[in-house]
Design a protein around this ligand. Structure first.
Ligand SMILES: [Zn+2]
Ligand SMILES: [Zn+2]
Length: 538
């Protein structure tokens, strides 16, 4: 059983469940931030599959203050830093109502494509003005001493004795990150907008008594989080490892939930980061790993699989830029599919691999057995189909490999892989890839040894006898010819094929190269290379 089903069993007798997560839309969201939504969706699917009534919520904490100066135009820094993200203008000027709507929108737009469908999205900039948060603001202010004590006890944070847990949106300058409240009379708070409260934003100096209700103020993050749990009845909320450290955000909010709002906090499931190139990627740094950029290349099921293959408590190292990690992700997905379909696979598979495959599928109602059994052609092979000016008809080649026409679903998978390979070749593919089969015998064939020529001759002879059609058939034939001619080391055999067809010493699976060219061309090239200048070094 896998972790999501284990979780479902743990809560099976606790009644309906509400699964929640929320995100501060502070800038471009990198691909690692999709781990939370994918885990959330998997939990929801597992709960529902176990017959548990479940509500799936996703929130945007867009009254949080703007604190990312690098993402503002220079003239906007002084004005916008410290204002609620929902009140900052969209810097991209492409029609979104705010900076928050822009960044959250781009992120959330990815969800549906990944099969992630929350029952409800909520925006805190919409929630506060309804007055729904007012009871929690009142309770927090009434119990300010308890809140200060929790910060001291749980997080070793000393707030002044006059500090009150609410942030007024300054009526003068509109900033929320610069205000502090020092008094509460039961209806109004006394606030100051301080020039030096934080280093990253400058308050205007205004002060006075004002109401904290109806959207004029917000709770600090730890209290807002705990209030969301009460307001929405949240029972399960996974969180990134950074929030789940001792004395960290989750501990504080848990204590606030229990002691201030008097409600047991939701079940936590801490998950690890996705590291790009070995480092945790920050939102503002790192090129080419924005969530929407990766989602534009990696199809939904492989992207879900990227996050689901490791358990939540395992970090993921993902460095797609200039590497073969995206092709290997497809290979691993295909291996899980094969194992789920009961076909033999190489290497060990982790426990729960069937569930991993099931939860990686786009459609929660998909026929898992049929999906697992579907014919999938390797990503590297698909990339070969479309590289350069090839003569290959992918659909015909795939049907030959399968040994039967593709079903509609298999054809859709192939088309998806062709699109993904096209994007990958344009974006993340490493330089110096296989140049493709050369129309004329490459000069590199001059460097073939006598052993290699004998081997190529043997491949040609066998090919004419056997007439292999598939990549696997050709690969087997190549191995047999290598054994027959006793060429050593074995890789000299493959190098001979790469030199004869591509003019380089390395390449993709030799059987694929040969299978994708017209048979007569392959045989004549093999013989031509085998016969090339006598006197290559022995
Ligand atoms: Zn925009
Ligand atoms: Zn102000």
């Amino acid at each position: 059983m896998d972790w999501a089903d284990e979780l479902a069993q743990r809560v099976a007798d606790r009644g309906p469940q509400v699964v929640n997560d929320s995100k501060t839309p502070s800038g471009t969201v990198h691909v690692g931030s999709l781990r939370g939504p994918v885990i959330l969706d998997t939990i929801v699917r597992a709960l529902r599959a176990n017959g548990i009534e479940t509500t799936f919520l996703y929130g945007v904490d867009d009254l949080d203050p703007m604190d990312a100066q690098a993402l503002l135009t220079p003239d906007a820094v002084e004005r916008e830093m410290g204002r609620p993200l929902a009140h900052v203008a969209d810097q991209a000027d492409d029609g979104h109502a705010s900076y928050a709507r822009h960044h959250a929108g781009i992120f959330i737009d990815i969800f549906a494509g990944l099969g992630i469908h929350p029952d409800r999205y909520y925006w805190m900039s919409d929630i506060y003005p309804t007055g729904d948060m007012d009871p929690f603001i009142r309770t927090a202010l009434d119990r300010a001493a308890t809140v200060r004590d929790i910060y001291r006890r749980v997080a070793n944070v000393q707030h002044p004795e006059t500090w009150h847990p609410v942030s007024v949106i300054c009526p003068s300058c509109g900033k929320v990150g610069t205000t502090i409240v020092s008094q509460w009379d039961g209806e109004r708070v006394f606030y100051e907008c301080r020039p030096d409260l934080v280093t990253w934003a400058t308050g205007c100096g205004a002060s006075g008594w004002t109401t904290p209700f109806g959207g004029t103020a917000k709770l600090p993050w730890n209290l807002e989080w705990a209030a969301q749990w009460s307001l929405f009845g949240v029972t399960i909320e996974p969180g990134g490892k950074d929030l789940s450290t001792a004395g960290g955000s989750r501990d504080r909010s848990d204590a606030i939930a229990r002691e201030v709002f008097e409600r047991e906090p939701p079940l936590n499931l801490a998950y690890e980061f996705l590291n790009i190139g070995g480092k945790k990627m920050s939102t503002s740094k790192g090129r080419g790993a924005a969530a929407h950029a990766i989602a534009d290349v990696v199809p939904p099921e492989q992207l879900r699989f990227l996050f689901l293959r490791p358990r939540p408590n395992q970090a993921i190292d993902f460095d797609p830029d200039g590497t073969d990690q995206i092709p290997r992700l497809f290979d691993e997905f295909d291996r899980f599919a094969a194992a789920t379909a009961g076909r033999p696979v190489r290497g060990e598979l982790p426990p729960g691999h069937r569930a991993t495959f099931r939860y990686a599928l786009l459609d929660p109602a998909a026929d898992v057995e049929a999906e697992a059994a579907a014919f999938r052609i390797a990503f590297d092979r698909v990339a070969m189909f479309i590289e350069g000016s090839r003569r290959v008809d992918p659909l015909a080649r795939a049907a030959t490999e399968k040994g039967a026409p593709l079903t509609d679903r298999e054809q859709a998978i192939l088309e998806e892989r062709i699109r993904a390979a096209e994007r990958w070749l344009e974006t993340y593919a490493p330089p110096g890839r296989w140049p493709g089969v050369q129309p004329e015998l490459p000069p590199a064939a001059d460097e073939l040894t006598d052993d290699q020529r004998r081997f190529l001759q043997a491949v040609a002879d066998r090919a004419e006898a056997v007439r292999p059609a598939t990549g696997d058939g050709w690969q087997t034939l190549v191995f047999e010819a290598a054994t027959e001619t006793a060429i050593a080391p074995k890789r000299a055999a493959f190098e001979a094929i790469y030199r004869a067809f591509g003019g380089v010493p390395n390449g993709p699976r030799a059987g694929w190269i040969l299978a994708d060219e017209p048979f007569e061309f392959v045989v004549s090239r093999l013989r031509e290379a085998a016969a090339a200048p006598v006197g290559g070094q022995a």
